[in-house]
Design a protein around this ligand. Structure first.
Ligand SMILES: Nc1ncnc2c1ncn2[C@@H]1O[C@H](COP(=O)(O)OP(=O)(O)O)[C@@H](O)[C@H]1O
Ligand SMILES: [Mg+2]
Length: 534
């Protein structure tokens, strides 16, 4: 410690990870402006006999304000302890505190040197994503393996900058790791313009996801009529028919193949809808009592409807069946990468009735692919607007999707598959997923429930930082968890316009200035509306 350190006060209370310090009157030499310039979120240090402990200012007060004499007032600051560095020269900053400050220990302002030491680039593989709030000359880094390997979440109100943050993080990582494998579920088609040439954009118009890739639960989701007035007994009969006949149709397609013995109702091997219908007819013919044929007829009629419905063409269309599973995997997971390390699944054109199934197949295939590829190709699945297809409310459906996501959240680390959850309503997300996210970027958030929820998923030492959530600016965040060196308030770097995701908010002011819409425009709209294709 050198003589130029500026002492500002002393410790008067220590509880858990929180410290309260009483500010002292500025010494003549340091001038009055020093204490006045103390800011929320600033890093402060305390000197204990064995270490320098760093804490962030999370509260400031004058408990007994005096109407006329400012000088005699007591000024108090609250601090959240974040980490320490031992007093040995050159020893690095470490998270967590082993030597707590005692009562009366002196409190100092931090110098630029201190900040550089605390926010130093970690020794592992990192990329820069922004700057530290307290001093914008100091960069903020994320550790790639900890961020991607152990799941992360980006949370915040609409317009707070989540999509930009995700874009920035992914672009920074991919700029140094051009052979990445990222699958991004994009409900609003925001991202294709941000990633340009480095993204493969898939949508129902250019990706076929044949029905035979669906597992049993998913095919039931498509084939059974769901509704409040459908009795369970009807479902039970249909389920039992399908569980017998789908494997039979698969075996029929495989012929005498030895492997056909291993086929189950969930095995992703092709089968012909025609064969399934043939088997249904045969089984119906064998019935003693024609009254029992209702479930068979229902399945047949549903299959027919699906084959005629153009919205389902990407799943049930095409006359011939062929085993192109490797092709499909190669396109979705970018193997080989061929200069496009990110797949953007544009879900904006997927009709809401089948969004559930599409998302569920993608999430489950991601997990299964990781499982069977034996960690050879780590994949990150980014779920933008995750509350839409992983809702907490069980009445909203999406059960297979939630199951697939929860499985990645719980077991993905072992198999090299990870999640990036992006949502504006963390409290409405299916439980158990967010708590597995080891790095969280919380942007501005005003909803009390959501704040409480985020608070409950965080470790004790970062909780004080969340008090900043309602007052953060666009593009600012509290970053906590394993992917960042310490809990920090940061500002994400600005992304140039042409690499930004498309903004979710329509601009009335610019659209209402000019008459741009021709009659053809309306015809185009009607066409898209009728054929449900964007
Ligand atoms: N890092 C950033 N770089 C550039 N612009 C940003 C950044 N963060 C936020 N913005 C601005 O904020 C707006 C909303 O950001 P967006 O990411 O779409 O928010 P969200 O996804 O949370 O709704 C963007 O259109 C952009 O103008
Ligand atoms: Mg967004």
């Amino acid at each position: 410690m050198t003589g130029s350190e500026i002492r500002i006060g002393r410790v008067v209370s220590v509880t858990g990870s929180q410290v309260v310090a009483l500010l002292e009157k500025p010494q003549e030499t340091s001038g009055p402006s020093r204490v006045a310039s103390l800011q929320m979120g600033q890093l402060i240090k305390m000197l204990t006999p064995s270490a320098t402990v760093f804490g962030m200012v999370t509260g400031m007060s004058i408990p007994l304000p005096s109407p006329n004499d400012e000088d005699s007032e007591m000024k108090i600051i609250e601090l959240e302890m974040l980490g320490e560095s031992s007093l040995k020269r050159g020893s690095p900053f470490k998270r967590g505190v082993s030597a707590y400050p005692g009562l009366g220990d002196p409190v100092y302002q931090t110098t630029l040197e201190d900040l550089r030491q605390v926010y130093a680039r970690p020794a592992v593989s990192t990329v820069r994503i922004g700057t530290i709030h307290q001093d914008h000359s100091i960069p903020a880094y994320v550790a790639i393996d900890d961020l991607l390997g152990k799941h992360f979440a980006v949370l915040g109100t609409t317009g707070s900058g989540k999509s930009c943050a995700v874009t920035l993080i992914l672009q920074s990582i991919l700029s140094k790791h051009e052979n990445g494998h990222i699958v991004l579920l994009d409900p609003h088609n925001e991202y294709s313009q941000a990633f340009g040439e480095s993204a493969q954009v898939l949508s129902p118009s250019n990706l076929r996801l044949p029905y035979w890739l669906l597992n049993f639960e998913e095919i039931l989701e498509v084939l059974l009529e769901t509704g409040a007035d459908t009795p369970d007994s009807q479902h039970a009969a249909e389920i039992s028919v399908l569980s017998e006949l789908i494997p039979a149709a698969k075996r029929k397609y495989m012929g005498q193949d030895e492997e056909s013995k291993f086929v189950t109702v969930d095995t992703p091997v092709p089968y012909q809808i025609g064969d399934l219908v043939g088997l249904i007819d045969e089984a119906m013919g064998r019935l003693d009592n024609p009254e029992n044929s209702v479930p068979y007829i229902r399945i047949k009629s549903r299959l027919n409807t699906l084959r005629m419905d153009s919205r389902f063409a990407f799943m049930f269309g095409g006359l011939t069946v062929r085993d192109n599973m490797t092709e499909i995997l190669s396109r979705i997971f970018r193997i080989p990468v061929a200069g496009k390390p990110i797949t953007i699944m544009d879900l904006s054109g997927v009709p809401s009735e089948i969004l559930n199934v599409v998302v569920s197949v993608l999430c489950r295939m991601t997990f299964d692919f990781a499982l069977w590829s034996d960690r050879a190709v780590p994949v990150t699945l980014i779920c933008e607007e995750a509350h839409r297809y992983a809702p907490r409310d069980t009445r909203l459906g999406f059960e297979p999707t939630k199951k697939a996501l929860a499985r990645i959240a719980k077991e993905g680390r072992k198999y090299g598959v990870s999640l990036g959850m992006v949502t504006q309503r963390p409290s409405e997300l299916a439980p158990g997923i967010l708590s597995q996210c080891n790095t969280i970027f919380a942007l501005r958030m005003s909803n009390q429930n959501d704040q409480e929820f985020v608070r409950s998923t965080l470790s004790e030492s970062a909780v004080g930082l969340l008090d900043f959530l309602p007052s953060l600016r666009n593009g600012e965040a509290i970053g906590v968890g394993e992917g960042v060196s310490i809990p920090m308030r940061l500002a994400f770097d600005r992304i140039p316009d042409e690499r930004r995701p498309m903004s979710g908010t329509a601009s009335f002011s610019s659209a209402w200035k000019a008459e741009a819409d021709s009659p053809e425009f309306l015809e185009e709209v009607v066409k898209r509306w009728r054929f449900q294709r964007k």
